[in-house]
Design a protein around this ligand. Structure first.
Ligand code: CAA
Length: 384
């Protein structure tokens, strides 16, 4: 049976929809060209509570459930996918990890700043030679008195340049595999944390993606998140939530591409009639709508499982896998429906097509999602 949204969830969805279409959507195409970071969007989103959605009220957040969060994120993605990825990493990965694993002192120190949008969060797990296999990372954190000294380099860090706080993983015991990895909260401006090369990407161009270099970066021991050796578990747990967020981003972009296609099909005439009258076109639209609804249900069911406190790793991977592959099919069809115009920047579908491409890659490729799903089925932890 389809998941039934509560009145409160519907209200949040409609409030964010109205906001995003009015305030964010009109500048999305321009931002894609200029690559300007959406700082003004994020400021307005913070005022609406969208940057601390699942942070408990006592730490300055909204205390919302995951379903409300993914509905909101999907509306932001409909309007601007580049703004949505910043919101997603910030909320699903950074804020959630601090809520889940932070000490009282860390929660008090960081959550208000994150919820108010004063600082945007980034998550530094990936390295130039450690992407799908983060256990092979080589960044180290060595204890030195009441500090750790971090050395290494991280790659493809969303909001690497524009963040105020970074969760970084590093090996505190290189002799151990995943159990030798720890996580740290590193404030921007800490000496030795260097924002390096910025990627020039095919999509999500207004969201910065950079290398972060840690060069003898001294971090107070009280900034370790969780215990020594907890870093991999913290990262995997964060990615479970993050992957539902990618499903939400996929859904938002897919709905935008779908709406653009329906609009276009109703006004474009060929062979003496609107192209919406052709069966070939109508079947494309029917398939698109069906796939979007299937992805929506998977996203909601993973979010509902998370909210109920049950283990939802497999459902998050299923939602991410299906939704991210779905949006790639849908945006390709949307370009096809627009014909030659779809290949130009006169219509938004070429941007949707480019933005969606990374959804089957970041926060775990489709292939990694299949590893997670099949390992959960066979329960034998087979290596990829
Ligand atoms: N929750 C909690 N613990 C988990 C877990 C989860 N979802 N998944 C694994 N673990 C634990 C296991 O229980 C195990 O712990 P024990 O030894 O104590 O039992 C430990 O972690 C190791 O598990 P595995 O042996 O399964 O680990 P693995 O090395 O085989 O890797 C993997 C598993 C699924 C392939 C994982 O490495 C993975 O997800 N890789 C993809 C990484 C990824 O998604 N990167 C994205 C980068 S971030 C990004 O893109 C963000 C952005 O900016 C947009």
């Amino acid at each position: 049976m389809a998941y039934q949204l509560t009145d409160e969830q519907l209200m949040i969805q409609s409030m964010v929809r109205e906001f995003a279409r009015k305030e964010i959507l009109p500048t999305a195409a321009e931002r894609d060209k200029s690559k300007e970071f959406p700082a003004d969007n994020l400021k307005k989103m913070a005022e609406l509570g969208l940057l601390g959605m699942m942070i408990p009220v006592q730490y300055g957040g909204e205390g919302a459930d995951t379903i409300s969060y993914v509905l909101a994120l999907s509306e932001i993605a409909y309007a601007c996918a580049a703004t949505a990825v910043v919101m997603s990493v910030h909320n699903s990965i950074v804020c959630e990890s601090i809520v889940r694993y932070g000490t009282e002192e860390q929660k008090k120190k960081y959550l208000k700043k994150l919820a108010s949008g004063k600082w945007i969060g980034a998550f530094a797990l990936t390295e130039p030679h450690a992407g799908s296999d983060p256990v092979s990372q080589s960044t180290t954190a060595e204890p030195d008195g009441d500090h750790y000294v971090i050395n290494g380099s991280k790659r493809f860090i969303t909001t690497g340049k524009n963040s105020g706080l970074v969760i970084v993983t590093a090996k505190t015991d290189p002799s151990k595999a995943h159990k030798g990895i720890s996580a740290f909260l590193v404030e921007k401006g800490t000496p030795g944390l260097i924002v390096d090369r910025e990627e020039d990407k095919m999509g999500l161009r207004a969201s910065d993606t950079t290398d972060l270099i840690f060069d003898n970066c001294r971090v107070p021991a009280q900034n370790r998140l969780g215990e020594e050796g907890d870093g991999f578990k913290i990262a995997m747990t964060a990615l479970d939530g993050g992957r539902i967020g990618i499903a939400a981003q996929s859904l938002g972009v897919a709905r935008a591409a779908f709406d653009a296609s329906v609009r276009y099909a109703k006004q474009r005439e060929q062979f003496g009639q609107k192209i919406s009258k052709f069966q070939g076109l109508r079947w494309m639209i029917a398939d698109m709508a069906t796939q979007i609804e299937a992805a929506r249900q998977l996203m909601l069911s993973a979010a509902a499982m998370k909210d109920s406190g049950r283990r939802y790793t497999m459902q998050a991977s299923m939602a991410k896998l299906f939704a991210s592959e779905m949006v790639n099919r849908i945006t390709a069809k949307a370009v096809q429906i627009h014909g030659g115009y779809g290949f130009t920047t006169d219509y938004p579908v070429e941007r949707y097509y480019r933005d969606a491409r990374v959804f089957t890659i970041y926060e775990g490729t489709s292939e990694i999602q299949r590893v997670v799903i099949s390992n959960n089925i066979f329960k034998d932890k087979r290596k990829p």
